[in-house]
Design a protein. Sequence first.
Length: 638
Amino acid sequence: MLKRTTNVFMSFLLLFAMLAGTFQTVVVAEEQAQQGTLTVIGPDDEELLAPTEYPYQSGQTAYDVLDSMASILDTDGQYGKFITTINGVEADDPYFWAFYVNGIEAQVGVDGYTVQDGDRLVFKYTDWTAPRSAATLTVTTPDEVIKEPGWPVAFLPEMEPTAFDFLLAIMGHENVEYSIHPQWGLSLDGISGIQAEDTYFWAFYVNGEQANVGSGSYLLAADDAIAFNYESWADEGNEDPPEENPGDSDSDDGSDDPNDNGNTDDEQPDTKYGEAEVQAAVDAATEYVYANGIGEWDAVALRQAGKSIPKSYLENVIAIVEAQEGTFRNITDTERYALGIVAAGGDPTDVAGFDLIEAIYNGSNVTRQGLNGVTFALIALDSQDFEVPESAEWPRERFIAQLLAAQNADGGWVWSNLTGTASSSDLDTTAMVLTALAPYESDGEVAAAMATAVTYLTDRMSTIDNSSTAAQVIIALSALEKDANQYTVGGGSTLVEYLLSFQNDDGGFSWLAGDESDSFSTDQAFRGIVAYLLFLQDSGSLYNFTETPPVTLPGDSDDDSEEGNTPTPKPDGTNDDDDDTDNEEPQQEEATEEDTELEEHLLPVTATTHYNLLAAGVVVLLLGMAVFVYERRKRVVN
């Protein structure tokens, strides 16, 4: 009987083992690694950091990646963080740390570029006076020029960047739509919202000739003229182009297309954006700045908008100057702090015993950062008509002469050239120089140079493709007492209307349309709309503080703020504001978005608890069999 029982038991085990064998052991699938590489190239092409992989994290900037993998020093410049030292190597004039993404020099600052999955980031010790491989990009439709060639963009041939990489870097990922087909490869589906559809497509040209390879296969060469033209393969058959062409402003159907503002040459475009509308935009931007921290440029805008500045802001800036003993490596830092102190009602000639104005007109580093240092030196000196002695190293006349000498043949300026020999200029630098020269327009030579520069600006309005450039041009035109809202950009929008289109619901501004607000873009756009408000009110120019008294809060309590919020100072150009309760709702929304993203990226359910159940079943089965055998034996004995 016992033998029979044992056989039954073994049969049960065999059957159970067979069933258990059908349950495959499934483990948690490992998520595919998302990462890019970071390389740092120092003097003499020495690799200070060999290509090193970094984990990709959504939302991180190139500055975050560099800061996490290298020892760096930086300052806050006109265009955000300015890297001065990497792994102990300081970039002294004429050298700087050039920043490349996938072989193309980045078109935004290191803290303004949001890293994409797989990006190859390179920081290279570079002489800005030496020639570099560069190319130009043009993007056109039959109706408009979306992107003019402009200043050539540098690239690293050794990284073998393609024309498509070039397009992405200059236009921005958010403005380029593409797909990858298993058989045909890369397909360019749209640029700046203009889709390749019906008979229309984006034709790719190199140096005036249609390329015989795709943009994703063509490797850039020095001096290439890359172009993407919106064309129809049916043009030879005289087929009419699509009626619903994005950017078409001739339709009278009352469409609500945000890109079609209905402006024509016969209309007065400033009727939509009068003082009340601009004031509302200024008020909204003020709330954003109060919530996210006040930097020097924010203080300038707040002062000129008649808004209050917390006393602690001035105290923080004074502490910074005192800690540096009144000496900064970059002249633009000295100029920036001087302007911030003036805006807050302080005296930059006596900051804890240090004279920042004297440090400007006797500065030995005025031209170290190209025209930026010269331009804002003159702006800082004129902000309150500061006296400059005849014995100064840089009297006002020398600043003016340097700016005039740096004007290029096309009428504009570029920050990196002090001699006026550059082949092309840029809108931002030209606008800044015009702003600095505006008080001297009564001088014949200055007036002639400015007239040529204004023509340079107006002829290229259609190429403005970001909020910062639009803001700088508005500041310049307002300083010249020209109505910026009488000028149109691509798509028919007025310049002011275009700038305000970048303002988000939180009051801040983004650099490119559709992006989230950021402090860098906001401080420039904030100054732009304040400059235009001053123009509308006939209250002077943005950087002239002689006509606008400061409104400084005695403390940081909510009761002292006319806006009902506590303005938070932004020490040393940072954006930290840990105690800000006004950001609670946006932070919750961010968390919700992150949760949604996590849900969207959940790994497949590849783990199982079957074996836990099987183990428990085996134990129960064994116990049952043991009881069965025991009972059978008892019966035999009895």
